[in-house]
Ligand binder design. Structure first.
Ligand code: 6PG
Length: 467
């Protein structure tokens, strides 16, 4: 018995997803907090010749009332309170067998709690990460589903139909129970933040260190997009940097305030990493860079006090390209490390190869690397670490000297490169078999009698300072 589909929340993403559903031949009921948006949407759908199976309703109540059971209702509302408010309105209106689907960027912890509450009432709940921005939602996003296998089976045909395709394969899958889908989306966004920051830092070195114009840098990125860095984010960077502001005639990027917004998902990835005793330091650096960027007045004072100059950098494109690629590999690898830690902690059994495959098309972090990442996870991976997969060992061995040259040159000339430097710090830490935390253990024992493990494996040993 196929469920009747409804979608509530006709903002940019909701409208695009609704048109995508209709375009794939499914009947759809829609509604929105303000009825005006419903009318606008219905005329938009008519304009696209997609209104045949569309039913607009002025309220959520009216929409549910008009739907035959069982019903599956997709919520596309801002994360947080609006999701709870929509669920509260829906629960008394729905009956057993109905499904509520949250397709927004919800915190996975909220999704776990909501799944419990909603399913205790005999309904089904799905937390679904959707990536790809407006264009993705309209033409085919990447979709990361969390819920029970039965819930997935019921919605699978429509989700697979509207998802992006890699070849013939839909970039959508059931990745685990309750919060797993939203957690995978959160980590996707953490990687998105890191990749964007790595790209921006590389742009900064060319712009302010090599004195190139945005358009010139854009052309370099365009070239890189045909190589190993082939990806959506590099592609749009090339387009952005070559665009001109119609008002001033200046490069578009030059009229934009350098204060980056963030709605939370990248930050959540960093928070969860640290909470689990891990670190995704490239993602953390990207979150930090956005936070610091918002402190424009402080940076003005800093420029006065410490001198804002950035020196020249004499590095070839090839070094910058290889450094960016190494940084990107580390940011993906760190994302998967966090997924693995959470999968263990929450008992999700996330399939990392499938996750990489779901990200191969439709989503913001889609890139040529993801196919190699999926292949790497299908093979025997030492310690499950992506950086130890043969393909990535080769790429990192080749890229490490470039990354080192780039970080050294940037640091010497005073260019802030928190993400690139973090990637190098991670790789250098992982390639030094014996580091310096022996001293930290000694210090801990000295002041707190915490004990340490000797090299021969004997535990709970104490240093001579306690003799
Ligand atoms: C996507 C994007 C999308 C959005 C995020 C991040 O996958 O389509 O990640 O979900 O860009 O909300 O937004 P912020 O940069 O505002 O945190």
């Amino acid at each position: 018995n196929t469920a009747t589909l409804g979608l509530y929340g006709l903002g940019t993403m909701g409208s695009a997803l609704a048109l995508n559903i209709l375009d794939n031949g499914f009947a759809l009921h829609v509604s929105n907090r303000s009825a005006d948006a419903v009318r606008d949407f219905v005329s938009e759908a008519k304009g696209e010749d997609l209104a045949a199976d569309l039913h607009g309703a002025d309220s959520l109540e009216a929409m549910v009332d008009a739907m035959a059971t069982p019903r599956a209702i997709i919520m596309m509302v801002p994360s947080g309170k609006p999701v709870d408010a929509t669920i509260d309105t829906l629960i008394p209106l729905l009956s057993e067998g109905d499904t509520i689907i949250d397709a927004g960027n919800s915190d996975f912890r909220d999704t776990i709690a909501r799944t419990k509450d909603v399913e205790a009432k005999g309904l089904t709940y799905i937390g679904m990460g959707v990536s790809g921005g407006e264009e993705g939602a309209r033409r085919g996003p990447s979709i990361m589903v969390g819920g029970t296998p039965a819930a997935w089976d019921a919605v699978r045909p429509v989700i697979e139909a509207i998802a992006a395709k890699f070849g013939d394969e839909p970039c959508a899958d059931h990745l685990g129970p309750d919060g797993a889908g939203h957690f995978v989306k959160t980590v996707h966004n953490g990687i998105e933040y890191a990749d964007m920051e790595l790209i921006a830092e590389t742009y900064g070195l060319m712009r302010h260190g090599r004195g190139q114009s945005p358009a010139e840098v854009g052309a370099v990125f365009e070239g890189w997009n045909t190589g190993k860095l082939d990806s959506y984010l590099v592609e749009i960077t090339a387009a952005v940097l070559q665009a001109t502001d119609s008002e001033t005639g200046k490069p578009a990027v030059d009229v934009i305030l350098d204060a980056a917004g963030q709605k939370g998902t990248g930050r959540w990835t960093a928070i969860e990493a640290i909470r689990m005793g891990q670190s995704a330091n490239v993602i953390e650096a990207a979150v930090a860079a956005r936070a610091w960027s918002a402190e424009g007045e402080e940076r003005d004072i800093g420029a006065e006090l410490f001198g804002g100059e950035r020196g020249a950098i004499d590095l070839p494109d090839a070094d910058l390209e290889a450094a960016l690629l190494a940084g990107r590999i580390v940011s993906y690898a760190q994302g998967f490390r966090i997924l693995a830690a959470a999968s263990t902690e929450f008992d999700w059994s996330i399939d990392y190869a499938r996750t990489a495959e779901v990200w191969r098309a439709g989503c913001i972090i889609r890139s040529a690397l993801l196919d190699d990442i999926a292949t790497a996870f299908r093979a025997d991976l030492p310690k499950g670490e992506l950086i130890f997969a043969p393909t990535f060992v080769t790429l990192l061995r080749d890229g490490l000297p470039s990354l080192r040259r780039v970080v050294a040159a940037a640091s010497s000339a005073g260019h802030p490169i928190p993400a690139l430097a973090s990637a190098l710090a991670f790789l250098d830490t992982m390639r030094v078999a014996r580091g310096t935390t022996d001293l930290i253990q000694a210090q801990r024992d000295f002041f707190g009698r915490h004990g340490f493990v000797r090299l021969d494996g004997r535990r709970d040993q104490h240093g001579p300072w306690w003799e």
